[in-house]
Design a protein around this ligand. Structure first.
Ligand code: MTE
Ligand code: MO
Length: 557
């Protein structure tokens, strides 16, 4: 490897890579923020995540969730998304550093490396750009191909060209061999072996170049990132006309006698607070004008629907629904409750006349996600619903616009968002996460969580011990909840009171008046589902069937 003394060794290359890659990232972000071009690092990140073996991805997600929970962050899904995005950006940065280092190291050994540095740098940038572009186009949807391609290729070529130019410039500054030394090296050690004695002028020139390069890079980075951020803030958010349903309607159980203990999570999750989990660093943005639901495969009459046809062609089905992620740890926040509106899948299947042999439907999403569901289930259960609205408004981009499915009693992994096609098949098939080792059925596990121990509001009744209200949720899919019990330490299990749920497909809010004694205690909760099955008390991890085990809360009173 060329000695550092010549100023163009691999360490200098790494440094130059570290200087030149942030402006590349900033320029890509600028194009994204101002012109809606895909932000390539996210595309590459998503692509890699889809290529990696399921076990690796699951381990990665698990680690992220563990770290985030360990840090005490409550908004698990938002924090996880930000972590993914940071990883994507850091990943491209490190790639730039490594490639810069390799480029300098290799070029140091190439004959006439200095003259060739610029074209070779350009070639490296273009090659990387082509790869990134191919991956981005494969992963992103509704991309304006020409502008996206031009932006990515030019940005990466500029990055590579700057790398080559820097090599050339630094080589010029490096000491040129004295004329007397150009002949055959004398016997003994070759001339390069000893540390090159570098004239201070050249060292100064090199340092000055790197400082100036860093300065320009900083200017581009700050300008790109700053203007991009401004554009992001200024961009009109897609505002849907009309108020959300919840803005001026009470929930159907508003009059229920059992009231939530203050500190219990909101019974109805505002759309903006609904947890989000998907394989996309940023959600796919689907344009309604070009989108169709295409239904085909083993059917008599293949057909496609526009979103408007789905919205207006069928009486809307409305249901309050709790959705949970199979990766939700015990007591975690990857569970939310919303008001879903859509068309029963059955109505759509009836219209396309499935062949007698058609037993399964494969649902495909624009992000490459997919799952299957049994035709028999869809025909038997009118609650299975192609959903186009939450809280009375079109689905937000992050939650599946324009269309997602709802399947009662299953974890979210069985329920694709951003659906673009349904294909009738004569055999079962594994979905995206099933292929990666997760449960084939993904039936939700009964779960119960202590949200709050309201030590501030002790209630006292004459002749009885004082009590502290304890509150939380319990959920067991469409089986409902028949019983919630709590205990302090190793004491007896005592029943909590159940609030009437918003619907038979949501969680249930419970409350328990705890007859406490002063001191430190551990409270535990458990539930029984509507069919009489007890919550599984043994602790199991989320993989492959969803977490089991009891939620505990340590309190001091
Ligand atoms: N197209 C698509 N659909 C998807 C996913 C995805 O990655 N891509 N993730 C699934 C998972 S694992 C869950 S838990 C739910 C989450 O839905 P939400 O983000 O609206 O809460 O979406 C499901 N549908
Ligand atoms: Mo999930």
């Amino acid at each position: 490897m060329t000695a550092g003394g010549t100023g163009t060794g691999w360490t200098t290359g790494a440094g130059v890579g570290a200087i030149l890659t942030p402006p590349l990232l900033a320029v890509l972000f600028f194009g994204h923020a101002v012109a809606g071009l895909p932000f390539a690092p996210f595309g590459v990140f998503d692509w890699i995540a889809r290529m990696l073996p399921g076990a690796v991805v699951t381990f990665g997600i698990d680690s992220i969730v563990t770290v985030i929970r360990g840090l005490g962050v409550h908004e698990l899904s938002r924090a996880a998304k930000i972590t993914e995005q940071v990883l994507a950006v850091v990943g491209l940065f490190l790639t730039g550093v490594v490639l810069g280092s390799l480029f300098f190291a290799v070029l140091g050994h190439v004959r006439r490396g200095r003259e060739r540095a610029l074209p070779l740098g350009l070639a490296l940038g273009l090659a990387l750009g082509c790869f990134v572009l191919a991956v981005t186009l494969a992963v992103e949807v509704d991309v304006a191909r020409f502008p996206a391609g031009a932006w990515i290729l030019i940005s990466f070529a500029a990055w590579g060209g700057s790398l080559g130019w820097s090599f050339r410039r630094l080589r010029l500054a490096a000491p040129t061999p004295a004329p007397s030394a150009t002949g055959a090296p004398p016997t003994g050690a070759p001339r390069e072996a000893g540390p090159t004695r570098e004239p201070p002028v050249q060292r100064l020139d090199r340092r000055r170049f790197l400082v100036r390069l860093g300065g320009s890079a900083a200017v581009v980075t700050v300008a790109g990132a700053g203007l991009g951020t401004l554009a992001e803030l200024e961009r009109p958010r897609p505002r849907f006309r009309g108020l959300p349903w919840s803005a001026d309607h009470p929930l159907p159980n508003a009059g229920a006698a059992v009231k939530p203990v203050p500190g219990t999570r909101p019974e109805f999750t505002p759309v903006a607070d609904h947890y989000r989990v998907d394989i996309d660093a940023s959600p796919p943005v689907v344009r309604e004008s070009s989108w169709r639901l295409r239904v085909g495969g083993l059917v008599g009459r293949p057909r496609q629907w526009t979103l408007d046809e789905l919205r207006t062609g069928y009486p809307p089905l409305v249901q309050f629904i709790t959705l949970s992620c199979i990766s939700n740890p015990i007591g975690g926040s990857l569970i939310s409750t919303q008001r879903w509106t859509g068309v029963p899948l059955r109505r759509i299947l009836e219209e396309i006349r499935p062949d007698a042999a058609a037993t399964y439907v494969r649902m495909r999403s624009v992000d490459g996600f997919h799952e299957t569901t049994a035709v028999r289930d869809a025909m038997a259960d009118p609650r299975i619903m192609l959903t186009y609205a939450w809280d009375g408004l079109p689905l937000p981009a992050a939650h599946g616009f324009p269309l997602r499915i709802y399947i009662p009693d299953r974890y979210g992994m069985k329920q694709p968002k951003w659906i673009e096609s349904l294909e009738l098949m004569d055999h079962p098939g594994d979905g995206y996460w099933v292929e990666r080792g997760w449960s084939r059925e993904a039936i939700v596990q009964a779960t119960s969580v202590i949200d709050t121990v309201d030590v501030g509001s002790v209630t006292r009744q004459p002749g009885k011990p004082p009590r502290i209200p304890v509150g939380g949720i319990a959920y067991a899919g469409d089986r409902g909840i028949s019983r919630v019990e709590l205990r302090a330490d190793d004491g007896p299990w005592e029943p909590a009171r159940l609030r009437q749920p918003i619907s038979g497909e949501t969680w249930v809010i419970w409350r328990w008046e705890w007859p406490f004694t002063p001191g430190e205690h551990v409270l535990t909760v458990r539930c029984t589902d509507g069919k009489g099955s007890h919550q599984v008390e043994a602790r199991t991890p989320v993989l492959p069937n969803g977490a089991t085990g009891l939620d505990h809360r340590r309190v001091e009173v």
